[in-house]
Design a protein around this ligand. Sequence first.
Ligand code: BGC
Length: 906
Amino acid sequence: MIRYFIITLLLTNLFSIQAQKTNIVQMEVDELEAPIGLDNPYPNFSWIIKSNKYNLNQTHYQILVATDKTFLKNSLIWDSGKVPSSESVYTSYSGKDLTYDKSYYWTVKVWHNQSSKPIQSKISSWRTGLMKTSGWNNRWVSVLEEDNSKLNTKSPYFKNEFEINKKIKSAYLYITSKGMYEAFINGQRVGDLYLTPGWTSYDNRIQYQAYDVTKMVESKNGIGVVIGKGWYHGTFMGAEPNNDNYKGDLYSFISELVITYEDGTKENILNDEKWKYFHGAILHSEIYDGEKFNANLINNYWSSFGVDNENSKKAMFDTYDGKLISTSNELIKRHEILKPKKLITTPSGDKVIDFGQNLVGWVEFTSNGQKDQEVKLYHAEILFQDEFYIDNLRGADQLNTYILNGDPNYVYRPHFTFQGFRYLKIEGMEEINLDKFKAVALYSDMKRSGTFSSSNPLINQLQSNIEWGQKGNFLDVPTDCPQRDERLGWTGDAQAFFNTAGFLRDVKNFFDKWMVDLEYDQYENGLVPSVIPDVLDNKRPRNGGSAGWADAVTIISWNSFLIYGDKGQLALRYNSMKKWVDYMISQSKNGLYKGGDHYGDWLFYSRPNDPPGLSAVSNKYMIAQAFYQYSTDLLIKVAKILNKDSDVLYYQGIWDTANKVFHDEYITKNGMIIGDTQTAYVLSLKFNLLSENNQKIAFERLVENVERYGHLTTGFLGTPYLCEVLSSNGRSDLAIKLLLRENYPSWLYPVTKGATTIWERWNGIMSDGNLSDAGMNSYNHYAYGAIGEWMYNNLMGLKVNEEYPGFKRYTIEPIFDKNFEDIKGEFESNYGKIKVSWVRKNGKINLTLEIPPNTSSDVILNKNKNEKNWTLDNSKLSSKIIDRKDNDNKSIFLLGSGEYKFSYVE
Ligand code: BGC
């Protein structure tokens, strides 16, 4: 027994000693952990210092890069030297030229102010891709002309074989497609990515993927590639087949399998004429409509060596004029697997599974059914009057049809489609065994960065709905919705939700990629299309330039810089931002921007029969002028950071003229802003458009308006800023009232109606149980989830500091609202985890904070006038506080790394 205790004691000590350790974690190259297939010749290195030491700051770093793990002289290709710097993100490689298809190893040594000895990271790695953007062999394996018609949506199954005679060191498959692909080697699926190659501005660029297939390659090999229609050939927004995105070269892919032999030689063995194809099990596949799959038309060996697939024909070849780029963002993977909650038989006799959560992905199942039995799976978001409801899907069938093969262990799933659903209607199955069904959530594999919870279960459900809204609409591009015949990269929705998204997940790579596509699809004259990738091109009279939509280019670039602090990225975006502002200038007369076609404050509070005139209609051109100025203002900020002095001067002049016009045109002498809506005041205040006096009046009018309605009236453009403007002007109490309201219209109203995601409309389901117009009524539309940002900034209290972007220094200022007993939040910044949690109990608030190394925080703690100050629970720690100020209403601390516990008697 005693021995047991001693051992436990020793172990505990050992662990606490270990826990005390300062070490380097999360080593990333181009913001990815040990990525493969990177084409960047100057990749960026980032690392996080983990420690529970107080006030720890990096003073120097040294990066070594080598071609093997010995780091011996002949393998060393870069030694940064000991660099005096506290930067631990985006340090750019500047060693010898990198070569293609090669692994590189790196390690970093960090000196910090709490020890004279440096700490050394582990060895991490990355691997280059093909390091060329065009060419490859530009030979895309394709189907024969006669099978290449747009009406033929059968998937071709391409097959090739190869033999290896030498010992292999490594094998990497580089591949991409026009359409979507899945690849197989010797009967096994390659990789764990789905809906590849992802979605880009295909006329300009397609991203390729790299897979380590070293363990899959044998001496005799078969390789197979299946292609589906995908986004590349998508028929978007109900366009007629003649008017879709058909590009005339259906179903092709390009690949290079690069083998490195033990003897150091390399070979690319797929570069031959032997590819054949046949039509297999996927009879039809389409993003909106779903898939038809006949399991009798395929076997598990079709891609194996020596298997001759019936009716195979010789493939033909095709070319591509755009760029092939390596993948720089996290691609789509499988995530949550949900079990059915219950089986429902609807009044009209439909058999429906309820998965309990509106999600995006697909259903997988096994079945004891007979060979050739046809099973149909329909997907819906809601039940209406207890019936399966699909009217809001518009033209999207969301139907997967399977012809069974009689094998009870065969797992059925679709391949080149996804569905937005909570309910699954099953046809063609007598007995439904719930154990055989599961729903698989698919979304871009971004790291989770933020969490938030509170003592209020409704708010927690709202938080969960926001998170699921992000998951379901972040499939390689940010989409408006995932279920109806739309699913497009609407710019306005993306900018409205960006800050919330950036708290919940690491969206840096995701948006960096999308913003490049935005730039590619931006018109010559600077106009930014409404959706990116711009697949609506020429399909609609109104396509782009809409206020609050097109401004995604400036708003996302700036907000991304605030969260991630990547100045290099900001510089890359500058041209595109400038082009958009110049476009607005070209459309304005003497500072008044009245051009264009605008969506306005989309889906604002409006009443169908409105004799009392309660609908909150904001003037579209007032909004356009406000965003024109906001985008110009952001451009000026960026120009300052990038030291573009003449631009700063020029655009400041533009802003000043526009601002004068804003006052002349849209503000009355008494300070009413035209429209007199919450959105009008919120935008003018948030964008800083008002003189001091008008600011006061505008805020009074805003408060009066909110109180008069007793609820919000804002749409897509006003909603993200409404509570923020209330809070930053000292009325968080009103913001909380809006947040906690449960009746329509409010954020919690859908929650009380059982929502598990954010709705497109405030009244997707009306108070009387009826539904809003099926033509536009999505139950998974993240835009109104933008309230998340306010909750994290105010309830948790974490705010960016514009002077120190990327969370190098930030503010923590929770509002300790009386409606909450506790709030807990975490955010994984570029420098490590920031934690804030507070509990109110028996008239006392206990606050715990964790500040990661190499950062600092201004902690602003509110208190009541003349009451006691906030106190540090462990008074020994007071020496660790860098600075402290107390005034009547606040205690203000400047804190460096470490854990701090404070308390306050109310
Ligand atoms: C989309 C939106 C989008 C809007 C533009 C809708 O069809 O679903 O979310 O921003 O069009 O007004």
